[in-house]
Ligand binder design. Structure first.
Ligand SMILES: N[C@@H](CCC(=O)N[C@@H](CSC=O)C(=O)NCC(=O)O)C(=O)O
Length: 282
């Protein structure tokens, strides 16, 4: 039986369609919103889908509206899927007190601590439920998927692809939180979602994972040097050191003058889509 999705709006875009949808999620136990850009090629055959995970405070709309990805995705024949950054509307005590935890800040992991463990299961949502939903309802290939993201979503892309390399065949990130165990955003979120045992945090930390395990294809990361969060929160040097240890193929580019926002993403989005297309079509 097809899982039910509700169409909120669709818009013709570069010969394809940008659509906004919702569905009742079994992973999070609540209605979740997502968006899909379907390129024109999907009218005749299934195409690879690339999933983008957005950062703190964002929604499924942010990337679709701000990144300027659709023109090239239409040329390359890539579907682009975006989802929300957490469940919303649960009204769990404490879920809306700050912008870097709870609503809009699910960190793309499966929480183990109450009151979060029942609904804050964005890891399962991104890895299992969303791809199954997309592949049932859209013309997406089941054998080729890419994952990328920004900031908290860059962390989400890295950890989920490193944990599940068989599911995600290409990987890239913009300004990811690269070593959440060691920075304030990560410490705040992990202590509440995962508890006090810092050993357990390592299973959701890209630098920790990469130290011990190689992802099968090369990873592209872009980082602005004018990024207001670089010094305190992002730690790309930890990821570089981990890649050095495990022999991971990693291209980490640093760009003078670029900040953390979507003008930075717009500037380098073409390189990321080309990276995914090259791996997914190989
Ligand atoms: N507190 C501010 C800033 C929030 C912010 O900068 N969010 C980033 C992601 S940060 C790491 O995950 C973002 O992508 N914002 C969206 C944008 O359009 O730039 C706030 O509440 O706005």
């Amino acid at each position: 039986m097809m899982s039910a999705i509700t169409t909120r709006s669709t818009h013709a875009c570069f010969g394809g369609t940008q659509g906004f949808y919702s569905h009742l999620s079994t992973s999070t136990g609540i209605e979740m919103r997502f968006a899909v850009f379907v390129p024109p090629q999907a009218q005749t055959h299934t195409v690879p889908a690339v999933y983008f995970l957005a950062g703190l405070t964002c929604t499924e709309e942010t990337f679709a509206i701000k990144a300027g990805a659709q023109r090239l995705a239409a040329e390359l024949g890539l579907m682009i899927v975006t989802c929300d950054t957490s469940p919303r509307g649960l009204n769990i005590p404490g879920d809306s007190e700050s912008w870097d935890f709870g609503v809009g800040a699910g960190f793309y992991l499966d929480a183990t601590q109450e009151p979060w463990a029942t609904n804050y299961r964005m890891g399962t949502y991104v890895n299992e439920e969303l791809p199954a939903l997309i592949e049932e309802n859209f013309s997406a290939r089941k054998d080729r998927r890419g994952l990328f993201g920004h900031s908290m979503g860059g962390h989400g892309a890295l950890v989920n692809a490193l944990r599940n390399p068989g599911r995600w065949h290409s990987l890239s990130a913009f300004a990811p939180i690269s070593n959440p165990c060691a920075v304030p955003w990560g410490e705040k979120a992990f202590s509440r979602y995962l508890g006090d045992d810092r050993e357990a945090w390592k299973a959701w930390d890209a630098s920790e994972l990469m130290r011990n395990k190689k992802y099968p294809s090369s990873i592209l990361i872009d980082q602005g040097l004018g990024d207001q969060f670089l010094e305190q929160q992002l730690a790309p040097e930890s990821l570089e050191a981990a890649a050095e240890l495990s022999g991971q193929a990693l291209t980490l580019r640093r760009h003078e003058g670029y900040d953390h926002g979507y003008y930075f993403i717009q500037t380098f989005i073409a390189d990321h889509l080309a990276h995914h297309a090259a791996v997914l079509n190989s």
